[in-house]
Ligand binder design. Structure first.
Ligand SMILES: *[C@@H]1O[C@H](CO)[C@@H](O)[C@H](O)[C@H]1NC(C)=O
Length: 497
């Protein structure tokens, strides 16, 4: 049985009050990025290209002719039929074949943010069209999922039954149960995150496909209204994607993206009246305050005095993580990797690297510094930390191996991923679920299909790692581990020449 720990086990614990941080903080020995291996730079452009290819492996639905992975085919074409709607398309979140709304939306929001902020770097690397395609694969699906008023389809596939079969999506026969939220059964986190994704994507496509962009923005506005009118936490994606942090962060995040996309005072007022002064040391599919705080700090840098206070909050995120900060609170492995919890830990590595990279660029552009007690940090230390985190993933670490499939030295070969670990079979072949675990899951051999570009869950708190498919926490990739990496890798690629 596949073990999957994607849900964050208590994000509330990551909400840190700066006042107590000062008392509690212990200075950790920081390992700067010069400890392991002789290489100090990687081929970031290659890593960027591959990180986007991974998203093609996660596509559900009818694949277009320009798909780059020969081992992937059409799958789940009848999704939605059980509810008499068309829900073909979208993304599988990780190594199984379920389509979960919350992580899928966060994936698209992050990819869109990267595509907006690092547009020129992604374009210079020749990847802008691929990134746009990847975003559109998500937003096309969200347009289908939002076809009804005050209704959002949030999941396809029964996770318990899905997890009882180790089968590639092309051959699955497990039930494609359809889940939705509406006025009677609300789901504020998912509705607001989907609104954020659509608002952010509308900015990406504004000058690329104006009509499409307008459609996305209209849906984003309606979803935000739905999310804030019918409040409630949806637990239908538990235990895999249970929101521990509540929905205030998603509402603030959605309002922030809607304000940036529209400059309409409705969203501005919502932020000023309803936002929570949370100081956090985590940014993830469950907890979005830090992302919103950095975006609002950008508006403050651009001259909006009403958002002045967000800089302190954005700073507190940095201060709680940067090893040199007197307020640092976050566990770092002896080899230098951010370590928040077991299972898909690298999601916190890439999301933090992305925020540090973006904030570093903003500090440089507006000649600003982060203040942590009596210490100031400029753009340089933030980018150095983001680079060190990415370099660890790409090979500069105690195990001297890459954590991205198909990239660098000694990369993972046994990703915990059905499509990659099961050989290509004829479409009509019926698979025995019982034998699937014996034949393919338990086979101690490299996956037959390379899951190019996937960043796996990664090493444990002591930098130890084993390349075994059965180790879900270390070996499972997810879309939201990879997408924050896209922007940072584009930035690092642009610095390399
Ligand atoms: C701003 O958004 C609100 C809510 O969607 C809408 O009623 C209003 O007309 C918008 N204002 C402008 C100036 O577009």
């Amino acid at each position: 049985m596949s073990v999957r720990i994607s849900a964050s086990g208590g994000a509330a614990a990551a909400i840190i009050a700066v006042a107590s941080a000062a008392i509690l903080s212990t200075l950790l020995v920081s390992v700067e990025g010069n400890g392991y291996g002789s290489t100090s730079n990687f081929d970031y452009k290659e890593a960027l290209t591959k990180s986007i290819i991974f998203l093609e492996a996660q596509r559900s639905g009818k694949l277009p002719p320009n798909s780059r992975l020969s081992w992937r085919g059409d799958s789940a074409l009848d999704d939605g039929k059980l509810a008499h709607v068309d829900l073909a398309g979208g993304y599988y979140d990780a190594g199984d074949n379920v389509k979960y709304g919350l992580p899928m939306a966060f994936t698209i929001t992050m990819l869109s943010w990267g595509a907006i902020f690092y547009r020129s770097q992604i374009e210079a690397a020749g990847e802008l069209l691929h990134v746009h395609d990847a975003i559109r694969w998500g937003t096309d699906y969200f347009l289908k999922a939002t076809s009804g008023r005050n209704r959002l389809y949030v999941q396809v596939g029964d996770p318990l039954l899905d997890h009882q079969c180790w089968v590639r999506p092309e051959n699955m026969q497990t039930p494609r149960t359809v889940y939705k939220i509406d006025e009677n059964e609300p789901g504020t986190e998912i509705a607001a995150e989907t609104s954020a994704a659509l608002a952010a994507a509308s900015i990406v496509f504004r000058y690329v496909d104006h009509q499409y962009s307008r459609n996305l923005l209209n849906k984003a506005k309606r979803l935000f209204k739905f999310a804030k009118t019918y409040k409630g936490t949806y637990d239908g994606e538990c235990p895999f994607y249970c929101s521990f942090s509540g929905y205030h962060d998603e509402l603030q995040w959605a309002a922030t993206w809607l304000y940036i996309a529209t400059r309409n005072s409705t969203y501005r007022n919502y932020i000023l009246e309803e936002s929570v002064d949370a100081t956090v040391g985590e940014f993830s599919w469950d907890l979005k305050y830090a992302g919103s705080q950095i975006l609002l700090t950008q508006l403050h840098f651009e001259g909006d005095r009403d958002f002045d206070d967000y800089k302190k909050l954005a700073d507190s995120f940095v201060c709680s993580i940067l090893p040199e900060s007197p307020y640092n609170q976050i566990q770092i492995t002896p080899g230098g990797l951010i370590y928040l919890r077991d299972g898909a830990n690298t999601q916190y590595v890439t999301s933090t690297a992305f925020l540090f990279s973006v904030y570093s660029d903003l500090l440089a552009q507006y000649r600003q510094q982060v203040t942590c007690d009596n210490q100031n940090f400029g753009s340089g230390p933030l980018m150095a930390f983001a680079k060190q985190q990415m370099d660890y993933l790409l090979g500069k670490n105690p195990e001297q191996r890459s954590y991205m499939v198909g990239f660098g030295k000694n990369p993972p070969t046994q990703a915990h991923h059905r499509g990659s670990s099961v050989p290509v079979l004829p479409q009509e072949q019926v698979v025995s679920c019982a034998y699937s675990f014996i034949d393919w899951f338990a086979k101690d051999a490299p996956n037959p299909n390379e899951l190019t570009g996937a960043i796996v869950g990664g090493p444990d708190r002591n930098d130890y790692f084993e390349d075994h498919r059965s180790n879900g926490p270390m070996m499972e990739p997810t879309t939201y581990i990879n997408t924050p990496a896209v922007g940072v890798l584009a930035k690092l690629a642009s610095q390399a020449h």
